[in-house]
Design a binder for this molecule. Structure first.
Ligand SMILES: O=C(O)c1ccccc1NCC(=O)[C@H](O)[C@H](O)COP(=O)(O)O
Length: 204
């Protein structure tokens, strides 16, 4: 079954809700974003969570190796999501605890992307004001799926309760990642979180 990551946790209540609703991963954005949290805020939330099977992810854009290692050690994160232009050799240092994101308009071929180490290779919409979290889909039809390793493929960008089934049918990803699509007025909307996860689980 497709796994779900709910990204952009900003409060303990949001994180607890996403875990209870069945998210496999929850994300905290450390990069510049309207959802940005400090490592102290994330650590404070994570230490209060009973995560069960849910894994925690810190989203960074072009961090130094020291920043990423410190976040893993000090914040209690399970994984780091590299959402910038981090080179392959850089991600290699974190390979058992890394997710590597690329915009859908990256010049790298799918084979080159999947040569990167990491548990998942995430394809997100093209960058706008920030490196992610744009809330817009990319053109699924014209995206070349040749060379995608579906077992490590994660899909993001404008996913929401009413397009997630079509997204899964179109791409058969191992993981789907959402932020804006489960928000109302910039805050996590628990009804949308429930609906999103329910719809993912309904796809066989
Ligand atoms: O969510 C952000 O604000 C963000 C900012 C900068 C870098 C990455 C960011 N998010 C990473 C994610 O994993 C999001 O879930 C992904 O970009 C999809 O976002 P959305 O289109 O809003 O569902």
């Amino acid at each position: 079954m497709t796994k779900v990551k709910i990204c952009g946790m900003q409060t303990l209540e949001d994180a607890e809700y996403a875990i209870e609703a069945g998210a496999d991963f929850i994300g905290f954005v450390f990069a510049p974003s309207k959802r940005q949290v400090t490592s102290e805020q994330a650590a404070d939330i994570i230490k209060k969570l009973d995560t069960g099977h849910t894994k925690t992810v810190g989203v960074f854009v072009n961090p130094t190796a020291e920043e990423a290692k410190k976040a893993l050690e000090d914040t209690g994160l399970d994984y780091i999501q590299f959402h910038g232009d981090e080179p392959e050799a850089f991600v290699e240092q974190f390979k058992t605890r890394a997710i590597k994101a690329f915009p859908s308009n990256s010049e790298l071929s799918n084979r080159e992307k999947f040569n990167y180490p990491g548990n998942f290779i995430l394809i997100d919409s093209p960058r706008k004001e920030y490196y992610g979290g744009s809330g817009t889909t990319f053109d699924w039809e014209s995206f070349d799926q040749d060379g995608l390793d579906k077992s490590r493929f994660a899909l993001a960008g404008g996913l929401k309760p009413d397009n997630i089934k079509e997204a899964i049918t179109t791409f058969d990803p191992a993981l789907v990642d959402v932020s804006s699509g489960v928000e109302t007025d910039g805050r996590k909307d628990y009804k949308k979180v429930d609906e999103f996860i329910k719809n993912v689980k309904e796809v066989l």
